[in-house]
Design a protein around this ligand. Structure first.
Ligand code: TRP
Length: 336
């Protein structure tokens, strides 16, 4: 072992629920950063299939989406040699710790979660207990690996706050056991909005497919979606956050080319929306193409993908088992 390997890096963990095809929003907001973070952190990246079933899933679809998501993580730069890439349900400690933490969580704490309130209002089916305790499962995901930091979007910050509270509660009640995780809001990272309603975040579960650029979309599909993207009144290519449609396209161009907003404004000075959209379409298509090709290659090699995920589950399981065994002992469960 070299000296470098002896220095322990801080640990991060994050995950995505496999309920749809990943979008360019995931790439900009999460995967691009996750891939860069591999240099400085010990990374755990998880496919949150247990979280997926808080909404009804067709079993065959869930199986496919889980593999799709894993392949897309790798295509977007997650290196299974450097990071632990695994499926949540393969590590039973997640559900085991969830039970213990559930018994330390107040009903009020879960009812206050804005995501629960939104989802339970929108839900057509009756609201299930899993949806209610979703944040406790998420706390378990994080605390099992003693994560120092959790890269999450704004919408998950409240859940992370609960993870911190539960870690502190357990530590105070028994003795120091869990690392108290910090939110990690990346410096870089762009928020990509819906192409049809740029006041909303781009979402993999949007009913309108024209709003979303999937990472599996072909060049033609991408160019067409961008051509039909809603733009604002006016004609200047200026990065004004109030002109949400154009601002979003500038962000996409920036993401795909690495050019700064100022450079983009200069490049398109005096040019119209039509010309700009064509350029954005080409740039985004060119940016996604190599990822899509890598993804397709991996997706045709089920054996390799399964091997990677089994190795990931073994590595994750070793860390998780250590934490859970401490928790069980401190809680008062007998072990012989
Ligand atoms: N709930 C997260 C989301 O919807 C996904 C997730 C599950 C997660 N477990 C996690 C994110 C643990 C960070 C850490 O985006």
């Amino acid at each position: 072992m070299t000296e470098n390997e002896n220095i322990k890096k801080p640990v991060i963990l994050s995950g995505i629920t496999p309920t749809g095809i990943l979008t360019i929003g995931h790439l900009a907001g999460a995967l691009k950063n996750w891939s860069q973070m591999q240099n400085d952190f010990d990374c755990y990246y998880m496919i949150a299939d247990l979280h997926a079933i808080t909404a009804r899933q067709k079993p065959a679809d869930l199986r496919l989406r889980t593999l799709d998501t894993a392949a897309m993580f790798i295509a977007c730069g997650i290196d299974p040699e450097r990071s632990v890439l695994f499926i949540q349900s393969h590590v039973p400690e997640h559900t085991q710790l969830t039970w213990v933490l559930s018994c330390l969580t107040g009903m009020g704490e879960c009812s206050r979660m804005t995501q629960f309130k939104d989802k339970s209002q929108k839900s057509e089916e009756s609201v299930n207990v899993g949806l209610f305790s979703y944040p406790v499962l998420m706390a378990s995901d994080i605390l099992l690996y003693q994560a120092d930091a959790v890269p999450v979007g704004e919408d998950q910050k409240q859940h992370l706050e609960l993870s911190r509270d539960l870690a502190n509660r357990f530590n105070n009640l028994y003795s120091p056991t869990f690392k108290v995780p910090e939110p990690y809001i990346p410096k870089i990272g762009a928020r990509i909005m819906s192409l049809q309603d740029p006041s909303k975040k781009m979402s993999k579960s949007d009913d309108n497919q024209s709003s979303v650029i999937y990472l599996t979309d072909t060049d033609e599909v991408i160019k067409n979606k961008i051509k039909r993207a809603v733009t604002d009144s006016g004609s200047d290519i200026k990065a004004n956050p109030e002109k949400q449609g154009i601002y979003n396209l500038i962000t996409l161009y920036h993401l795909s080319t690495g050019k700064s907003f100022e450079e983009i404004e200069i490049e398109f000075e005096g040019k119209g929306y039509g010309e700009f959209k064509a350029a954005v379409g080409n740039a985004v298509a060119g940016f996604i193409r190599p990822l899509r090709e890598k993804y397709e290659q991996l997706r045709h090699d089920d054996k390799l993908l399964k091997e990677i995920l089994m190795t990931g589950a073994e590595k994750a399981g070793r860390t998780a088992a250590k934490t859970l065994s401490k928790v069980y002992k401190k809680t008062g469960f007998l072990s012989f």
